[in-house]
Design a binder for this molecule. Structure first.
Ligand code: UD1
Length: 359
């Protein structure tokens, strides 16, 4: 069996780390990897391949730093060339980025079987490019590997399964979350980053367009962070998009510990040792839970609704008072829930590969 994997953005490298490790256990499977180049800085890309021992991409397309249309369009063109040459049995796409959508469109046009890992997630906010990417990708995938029961239900509510370009009804499978596989595997390999870290710090990340591209929201978030930082160290590994905008807007950041993006092993260390996570990232909300940390989510909605349901995560949007209040109450969040097994317990990659082989 030949698999063509499409990657491009940081969270996809992390997810693929676990699945590629599983693929390598099977001599009957070969994997060719396409890196679209959506994330191209060394600390947003190369470091993950090195640290997580992900096989080097067979194709690097170098398509990053463009508008959504230009980026997605050029990716479709180049991925199609690769797919025609490689003739894979399966294409594998992850999550909800422009690289995911580009891969999905190519597979559906060439009638190549498509598997979507992290299918069925919904924010119900169609203004998010990620929401559009995931809905369109789900619609044309042959296998929908869902990470949660909520994701499976979303698909059922939307009328899935459909018949795809390969003339078969879609297979919907709740396999758990490949990010948990990674969290378990890499926990013991975590590396302490090299800068001054105080005890009981807060780990924060901000990169969602809905926050970074809205001056009022971003301003309110930074006001809240600055207030909280008078009390507790806030470590903020900065996504290049956020960095550019903060510099342009000249936002007050004097109380915050801003650092460049870190590798996965440093990130795992920071999550494992922090007191609290504050983020607008999807992945980090779950990682907080995997490491039994409370999470304040700087968004109005989340795809990971089960975390809110069990009281491990609170949604505060970009409201300064709500953010500060949530911080003050964070010790009351439910923190002992990792045993609930909301995300499959670390067997997702194994189940995914088994399913592909049996399909
Ligand atoms: C993308 C995904 C998002 C995911 C996120 C993880 C889409 C629509 N969004 O958003 O779902 O959560 O990745 O990080 O695909 N840039 C750099 N260096 C890099 C990468 C990006 O400077 O290594 C700059 C780009 O030039 C661009 C900005 O950052 O100006 C945003 O990059 P983009 O690829 O649009 O995606 P993200 O915002 O990272």
């Amino acid at each position: 069996m030949k698999i063509l994997t499409i990657l491009g953005a940081r969270p996809q490298f992390i997810k693929a780390g676990s699945v590629s490790r599983e693929i390598a256990k099977h001599k009957e499977i070969t994997e060719a990897i396409v890196h679209t180049g959506q994330h191209y800085d060394a600390n947003m890309s190369d470091i993950f391949f090195e640290q997580m021992q992900i096989p080097k991409p067979d194709y690097f397309l170098g398509i990053g730093g463009k508008s959504h249309g230009a980026m997605t369009g050029q990716m479709i063109e180049k991925i199609e060339e690769v797919a025609v040459r490689e003739k894979p049995d399966w294409m594998l796409v992850y999550g909800d980025t422009n690289s995911t959508l580009a891969g999905a469109i190519v597979a559906s046009k060439l009638h190549i079987k498509l598997a979507h890992i992290e299918a069925g997630l919904r924010s119900f906010n169609m203004k998010m490019p990620e929401e559009v990417n995931r809905i369109l990708t789900d619609r044309v995938s042959d296998i929908l590997f869902c990470p949660t029961g909520a994701a499976t239900n979303n698909l059922k509510n939307e009328g899935f399964p459909f018949v795809t370009a390969t003339n078969k009804k879609q297979l919907i499978n709740n396999v758990g979350d490949v990010m948990q596989d990674g969290a378990i595997f890499y926990k013991n390999l975590a590396v302490k980053p090299n800068f001054e870290i105080k005890k009981d710090f807060i780990l924060c990340t901000i990169h969602r367009a809905e926050n970074t591209d809205d001056e009022t929201r971003l301003g309110a978030i930074f006001e809240a962070l600055n207030e909280i930082a008078k009390d507790k160290q806030i470590i903020l590994p900065l996504h290049p998009r956020t960095k550019k905008i903060i510099e342009n807007l000249k936002l007050n950041i004097k109380n915050l510990t801003m650092i460049d993006p870190v590798g996965y092993l440093e990130m795992v260390w920071l999550i494992d040792h922090c007191e609290l996570v504050m983020t607008d990232s999807g992945g980090l909300q779950k990682e907080a839970y995997f490491f039994s940390k409370p999470c304040i989510t700087l968004r109005d909605e989340t795809e990971w609704v089960e975390l809110v349901d069990v009281g491990a995560n609170v949604l505060v949007g970009a409201d300064k008072a709500k953010i500060v209040d949530a911080y003050k109450n964070s010790s009351t969040f439910n923190q002992q829930l990792s045993t609930l097994n909301l995300y499959g317990g670390g067997k997702a990659s194994e189940t995914i590969i088994k399913t592909l082989l049996e399909y």
